[in-house]
Write a protein that binds this ligand. Sequence first.
Ligand SMILES: CC(=O)SCCNC(=O)CCNC(=O)[C@H](O)C(C)(C)COP(=O)(O)OP(=O)(O)OC[C@H]1O[C@@H](n2cnc3c(N)ncnc32)[C@H](O)[C@@H]1OP(=O)(O)O
Ligand SMILES: O=CC(=O)O
Ligand SMILES: [Mg+2]
Length: 365
Amino acid sequence: MTGQRSPKDFFRPLAVGAPEPLREVPARPSRAIHFFDPSNAKMAAKVPQMVGTVDVLLGNLEDAVKADNKEAARHGLVQIARDTANLGGGSGPTQLWTRINALDSPWVLDDLTTLVAEIGDQLDVVMVPKVQGAEDIHYVDRLLAQLEARAGLTRPILVHAILETARGVVNIEEICGASPRMQGLSLGPADLAADRRMKTTRVGGGHPGYVVREDPVLTSDNVETSQRRTYQQDLWHYTIARMVDACAMHGIYPYYGPFGDISDPVACEDQFRNAFLLGCVGTWTLHPSQIDIARRVFSPSVDDVRHARRVVAAMGDGTGAVMLDGKMEDDASLKQCLVMVELAEQLAGIDPELKEQYDAIEVDA
Ligand SMILES: CC(=O)SCCNC(=O)CCNC(=O)[C@H](O)C(C)(C)COP(=O)(O)OP(=O)(O)OC[C@H]1O[C@@H](n2cnc3c(N)ncnc32)[C@H](O)[C@@H]1OP(=O)(O)O
Ligand SMILES: O=CC(=O)O
Ligand SMILES: [Mg+2]
């Protein structure tokens, strides 16, 4: 228990007058967390039209925003939040998140004090980069409580950590459980690769050199008979799998992060789909062209929803074993199908196009 609050104190506000922490993280669709630079006039101008077309709009203040533009980005985000209808605040169609600067940077204190004071009632989630351990979350947790109390906020702002240092990966469970504010984790493959001293130069995705080669087929004279194929492997499998387990254990949500090769939508879709299949609920989108990919990949397909509903119908009270299309289904496969059915229902609640597709599904026995 060293350094942790006792169970009875865990859900107490960390400042007098701060809102009560939530006991459950709201399950709000967040298939695409769309990044924009609030200091970039062209991007900022697009934000109002994007409300309702993307689950989360994230005003990025950290990496990818020039040092000279940090203040302009912070103030730009305040302006955009004020001027954009239905953005953030817990109920609208599109959440408002921000990625603050790193906790050791000269900008982060002003990021938090300004944003909570000016647009705290609209901010749903603060994404914290380069989180190393529970101590980083504890710092943000207490400061947010003080700022919320001062601003008179009635709803707590949630916290999302980017996993992008080796120490952060080692401390992943304590990060996820550090505060009731914890909403989720994203993979930060670019910073993580640098911190681990990996020999890649990309922002997410695979690498042609990271392969497994098939065994040789030899003649009786030990001569290879054919060319040996190689199979590219996923550099991020280990980290994403750890994130999924840590998040599931703590009732929070895992996300893939950035896919930097904007010109390769096919590989982007593959990376997103791997994350979806492993248990992630969404991803970042860096360019408008990635939004449709994320929405498509992180929404269950009509075929999967049809199959899942058939299993639910066939399983009756949910116990025992049945045969469906030559396959055994039982309590455990039913639970997987319920994950799919519940996600489809949740997404249908906010996405009319998906609702129409899912409503049209006919389930034969
Ligand atoms: C490792 C990490 O930390 S990843 C997270 C940090 N990185 C980011 O947030 C990057 C965000 N994205 C970007 O900065 C840009 O998309 C870039 C630099 C990758 C490409 O930008 P551009 O070269 O302008 O792309 P492109 O010319 O294809 O843009 C087409 C239009 O979409 C706009 N656009 C591009 N990205 C975005 C965006 N993220 N949100 C809204 N609009 C955008 C452009 O302004 C342009 O507008 P226009 O038609 O009015 O001229
Ligand atoms: O912030 C993201 C990353 O990949 O680094
Ligand atoms: Mg990073």
